[in-house]
Design a protein around this ligand. Sequence first.
Ligand code: COI
Length: 458
Amino acid sequence: MSFRLSQGLRALHDSKNTLHSVNGLLWCRNESTALHFYQNKQLDLYASREAKRLTLRQLVFYGRSMNEDRLVKASFPANNPSDVTFSHLLQSANYVRTELPVRIAHRIRDLQSLPYVVVTQEGVAKVYELYWTAFEKFRRYPPIKNLEDNKEFCRFLSNILHEHAPVIPNLSLGLSLSSPYLTPDVLDSFMRRMLVSRISRRVLAEHHIALSQCYLGDHASSGRRDTSEAHVGIIFTAIDVKKSIEQCAQLMRVQPSKDSELADVPLPEIIIEGHTETTFSYIRAHLEYIVFELLKNSMRATRLNHRNSSSLPPVRATIAAGANDIGIRISDEGGGLHTIQTQYGIKSPSDLFSFSHTRNSTRMETGRIGALRTVSARPQGVWATVNEQVQAWEEISAIPGKDPEIGNHPRIGIGLPMSNIFANYFGGSLELVSMDGWGTDAFVRLPKLGTNLEGIEV
Ligand code: COI
């Protein structure tokens, strides 16, 4: 008999139960049936609405329109800032307040449509609970009518962003363990929807927080580099691609290597060439996540492949400014992907993005699962941005006697699939091409016009 997760999870809600995980076992607590029946009706209502997808350009345009608010504000007496003058900011707050529960409801429905056995896997119930709680909180959140409300709303958003930090490792752990029960296509398309939607929700929340900080003059938590470069919310309007690559390379240099087999092998040089003057408008955190991951893989492969040589070949990053896209190619002489493909039963390089063990057997490896368990239990989950990692590293290394562990994640296998999803989010791409026996080229293409809609399903 096939028992769907929808039946299991809905039954748990409808029959007044809340999922709890104790010592890894799921059990349910009886609460009021009527309440959960009502909650499921609410979920139906929100899940039936379409997500209102945005383009990068709309996000920038909306942020810029807040400048009008500032100009209006400037014409008021200095100590009489009126809420009326910030109508665009309040509109943005209410868009986020009403849009996020719709996007979360779609994903809760997605979780409910998986086979029941999936919910019994470690990590999945935690994600499900986090989403239900967030859905309920957003649904009940009252309209934001003035600046004081907005301040409170930004605090609320920051807390939820923080609470959801361990979602990715938990989801990845649960779905890796579920891999034997799902076809590779079902598993990968589910993960893609979950991860793209999560990126989209975090973009909306973080953009609104950053706009509020900017337009209300509170830059305190917007990040060291952020205040010095032109940006609208979280979108940097003139990202210097070469500088971003250098920042990622710098992060790799400051982190001490914990890879014992490479302890004595130096880091290869990174040569940046091509259209090195290129700038474009994008979410810098997304660009740098991808670049950091690809450089990290190329440096590691180069060091492994040449660990007995007297000198290491460089890793080359080539930038190309096309008419519609920015291209970045990271080339290494790390020997190509043939060895790991054979070792892990990977047929094509794109299977490295897969969460299915039949496409990529590392997913069920004991070491990988153990590493995911470790990271899932950390409140900070995985570091979201390179900037965040650099800042955290600098802060921790300034404390005498404190070992800066930042960035030395156990190898959990999330970096490449996430990079692929970040690249796809606004219609770009990531492709790996292996020259077996020589090296690998990774091609990233990111649209530069900002006119593509977010790649989420509505
Ligand atoms: C997530 O990080 O998974 C979220 O859904 C965050 C969002 C509710 C602000």
